[in-house]
Design a protein around this ligand. Structure first.
Ligand SMILES: *[C@@H]1O[C@H](CO)[C@@H](O)[C@H](O)[C@H]1NC(C)=O
Ligand SMILES: *[C@@H]1O[C@H](CO)[C@@H](O)[C@H](O)[C@H]1NC(C)=O
Ligand SMILES: *[C@@H]1O[C@H](CO)[C@@H](O)[C@H](O)[C@H]1NC(C)=O
Length: 834
């Protein structure tokens, strides 16, 4: 015991101030990362704090690592606060005044791989796919391509994602790119994962050792060591499996491939930050098929050091053009998970990639969100991705999940970089967005047309990556100007969120002058940082509507998310507004669609618009993020429009056709009719309030809960045929729902004949007092409180009125109640539609 700690101390003393990763002994030592003023000497800081100086933290400027014998304490924090306490005057200078940030490093569990167990990835291709014989001409074409390119890899013909002879067209459309000699030469992709088998005969010729490192077992070779360290190798094979006689080929089979091993053991934020910048002048693309758990409950983001590393990479990586981060959207769709609850996938610095299966269908696992940019092929539809495995000559035919989609996209981006190594990280996003091919466009309500005429679906993003289209567009792409941004002030709301389909709506007006001042010409990303207090996070959902009426579903309800919290300075992101000017009224709608005992309050929010600058000469460098960035919620805005409730959620499908330009009457900032006393009044409120909105299908929700909405669209502006269809469907629904409602109602009444006077179950979402409070836009605390109370009572009544049955029935009854509630709400909507 003693000996090891002495050895550790000796080891520490022997460490040099190298700028790269150092072997660390986290059993015996604590490590600290300090951000110092440029003129502060790390050696002096080390002396002052009694620490050993271990060197720079990877590529992060002025960030240094220090070590100390392990204690239970954060000795740096203690010393720094002691110093601040003792500081007598401004002239009392001390070396510790040069410490801008300090963080003790904690080992934490590694992030989750975005893989799926083989059983879930779909039945193996061993099961013959019925009625799916290869198309003869396609097989001939595949053979001829292989011959021309001298691809003799034994499983190439199974790699349908590269060339699909069965579902012709459902592949990444790469062969004509290869035939031009574009195969990823001179491009390098780093697989940030659980290792990479650099001794595999299918990878070794493309392996890039200088860009590789093992952060888990500290060493230059990211060799897989654990039995399940196979994920990274499989991902690497998709990108860069060598064209030879082993397994198949990568989509960029002449690219270089590096491995950064971070997923196999506990890790610190400091190590992950170094990994995310590792050799970032040569590692051009970082492929990341991992992140916070996809359990439909987690809401997690990278720590501040990792966020700094990612910003550092886009500012300084690749000679200043910016590293390309590619992230898998996540596999939690069946758990109602959404990639906007993951701080990596919703970062503006990452390209988020979802999955589509070999039939062009959305696989059950692939997470959707407004931050998703593109999709590409992966498992589902009876097959998976065929790639390299760990071992000298091993193949795998069950690779899947969004884990397999991200590297495929990363490989395609490598092809693009061969042609245009001068593209910036934002150029790459533009190209991906611009050349993606929409699929399943006939699914009603799935796609909306954006302001620049692109189609966007929260499921399929801008569509699937088309290698040929993207490379061709890249050849003549004109680089975009530097980035600019506009931050709105914090917009204080502090109002209760009504339960039900309504929401609390707040608008913010962005003027042309504001954007001119911000040097912002046109939008790329939009982020919203917000605070919502709630007793059940999974009940909340948030939509953002742009001045052009393009809708982002920033957040969705999550049936498994019982967290007793709302959103705490959480940032949601959207790529849906790409190309808009940003000028006009931005509207956010926070909804609590689950009518239950859980309720909450919308506290405040803050809009950030990111995009291309007007004048590149005025472009600025974004400062590094800090943990205090969101601390000052001071409000100095006079442009905030009052909060109000909307009567209906916006319909993304409504934007499918040309939208009317914004008029005063379709702004939800008007006072809402405060007396929805009967259906007729409600209807007229709705129809005058939101002509462009209607019940939106919340595709991520489950039927049978109150958020489920059928995909009928009482919206005008669709074709006559569609309207006829809609009305037919509506009529049927009305008849069915009315029947159902009457049936339930009668049944209930019978059982509840004792509860006289309590059968008034048709809850309303606004009571008079509250509505007035909201409409006036003032913070009428009394009114709001009363409103909250009244609503709760009503919810309680609704609940009680049906809670008369036995315990066994209770759940079913709640469900029926919910359904009925939905039905009743629905019926009103229908009447408006008709
Ligand atoms: C696929 O590539 C071909 C050329 O090989 C091109 O003509 C076509 O437009 C591309 N995209 C699609 C969706 O077919
Ligand atoms: C590869 O990249 C280097 C610099 O990054 C460049 O000088 C060289 O011309 C490139 N080679 C090819 C074949 O594009
Ligand atoms: C918070 O921000 C406001 C407006 O930008 C500013 O006036 C105020 O000084 C800031 N407060 C602190 C404590 O930084």
């Amino acid at each position: 015991m003693k000996l090891t700690s002495i050895a550790a101390v000796l080891g520490l003393a022997a460490l040099t101030t190298a700028t790269q990763v150092l072997p660390r002994n986290t059993d015996a030592n604590d490590y600290y990362v300090l951000h110092l003023e440029r003129d502060t000497s790390p050696d002096e800081v080390a002396r002052s704090l009694g620490l050993s100086y271990e060197g720079l933290l990877g590529e992060l400027q002025d960030h240094h690592v220090f070590g100390a014998r392990k204690t239970g304490d954060d000795i740096v924090k203690r010393e720094l606060s002691e110093r601040r306490r003792r500081k007598r005057s401004l002239n009392d200078r001390h070396v510790l005044d040069g410490v801008r940030f300090a963080q003790k490093q904690q080992l934490r569990a590694p992030w989750e791989k975005r893989t799926l167990p083989p059983a879930l990835a779909g039945p193996a291709n061993l099961v013959p796919r019925q009625g799916e014989a290869p198309v003869e001409s396609a097989v001939a074409r595949q053979k001829s391509v292989a011959k021309t390119l001298q691809i003799n890899d034994p499983i190439f013909h199974q790699q349908w994602h590269l060339f699909n002879p069965v579902q012709v067209g459902h592949d990444v459309n790469v062969t004509d790119v290869w035939l031009q000699g574009i195969t990823g030469k001179n491009a390098t992709v780093a697989i940030v994962d659980d290792g990479l088998d650099m001794y595999s005969d299918d990878l070794k010729d493309n392996y890039y050792a200088a860009g590789s490192y093992d952060f888990n077992d500290k060493g230059p070779e990211p060799r897989p060591r654990l039995s399940d360290d196979r994920h990274g190798t499989r991902c690497a094979g998709e990108v860069s499996a060598v064209r030879n006689n082993v397994c198949g080929v990568g989509v960029a089979y002449d690219s270089k491939i590096a491995g950064l091993r971070i997923l196999s053991k506990l890790i610190t934020d400091a190590d992950e930050a170094v990994a995310m910048n590792y050799d970032f002048q040569h590692n051009q693309i970082y492929s990341c098929s991992w992140g916070p758990p996809d359990d439909g409950r987690s809401m997690d983001a990278p720590g501040v050091l990792i966020r700094r590393a990612m910003l550092n990479a886009v500012q300084n990586g690749r000679g200043g053009l910016g590293s390309i981060y590619v992230f898998a959207s996540g596999n939690g769709a069946a758990n109602d998970d959404n990639c906007n609850f993951d701080g990596y996938t919703n970062s503006i610095y990452s390209i988020t990639v979802g999955a589509v299966d070999r039939k062009g269908e959305h696989p059950y696992y692939s997470e959707k969100c407004s931050a998703s940019l593109v999709v590409t092929y992966s498992s589902g539809g009876g097959d998976a991705i065929h790639t390299t495995d760990v071992g000298q000559n091993a193949c795998y035919d069950q690779h899947g999940g969004t884990s397999a989609a991200a590297p495929l996209a990363a490989g395609i981006f490598a092809l693009v970089l061969q042609v245009r190594p001068d593209l910036s990280w934002r150029d790459m996003q533009y190209l991906a967005m611009d050349t993606a091919v929409p699929i399943q466009t006939d699914v009603p309500g799935e796609w909306q047309t954006t302001t620049i005429g692109k189609k966007y679906s929260h499921t399929f993003a801008y569509g699937k990556v088309d290698s040929y289209g993207m490379v061709e567009a890249a050849k003549t792409w004109k680089n975009v100007k530097p980035q600019a941004w506009f931050y709105s002030p914090w917009i204080h709301v502090n109002q209760d969120i009504p339960q039900g389909d309504q929401g609390l709506t707040v608008a913010f007006e962005v003027t042309a002058d504001m954007l001119k001042e911000a040097n912002l010409e046109r939008l790329e990303h939009v982020t919203v940082t917000m605070n919502v207090e709630h007793t059940r996070r999974g009940d909340l959902s948030v939509d953002l509507i742009s001045p052009n009426q393009v809708v982002s579903h920033l957040s969705v309800t999550r049936r498994l998310d019982n967290t007793e919290a709302g959103y705490d300075d959480w940032t949601f992101m959207s790529v849906v507004h790409w190309g808009e000017s940003g000028v006009g009224t931005w509207t956010i709608i926070v909804k609590d669609t689950k009518v239950n005992e859980h309720s909450g309050k919308f506290v405040d929010w803050h809009l950030k618009l990111w995009g291309e600058s007007i004048d590149p000469a005025k472009a600025k460098v974004l400062p590094m993020p800090t943990d205090e960035d969101d601390d000052n919620h001071s409000l100095i805005s006079t442009t905030t429009l009052p909060a109000s409730t909307t009567t209906l959620p916006p319909d993304p499908a409504a934007t499918e056709t040309e939208l009317p330009t914004t008029t005063a009457s379709d702004h939800p900032d008007r006072p809402v009719n405060s007396k929805p006393t009967d259906t007729t009044t409600t209807s007229s409120t709705i129809s005058t309030a939101s002509p462009t909105t209607s019940a939106a299908p919340d595709t991520s929700a489950t039927p049978g809960t109150s958020t489920w909405l059928p995909s009928f669209l009482p919206t005008f502006g669709v074709s006559g045929r569609t309207q006829a269809w809609i009305y037919g469907a509506l009529a049927l629904i009305v008849v069915f729902c009315s029947g159902l409602a009457v049936y339930f109602w009668m049944a209930r009444r019978k059982r509840l004949r004792n509860a006289a006077g309590r059968d008034d179950y048709e809850f309303e979402l606004l009571d008079e007092e509250e509505a007035e409070g909201l409409a006036s836009g003032e913070k009428k605390m009394g009114g709001a409180a009363a409103g909250k109370k009244a609503r709760r009572t009503r919810g309680g009544e609704l609940y009680d009125a049906f809670a008369g049955g036995s315990d066994d029935d209770e759940d079913d009854e709640k469900r029926s109640t919910m359904l009925l509630a939905t039905v009743m709400t629905r019926r009103r909507v229908v009447m408006i539609g008709l």
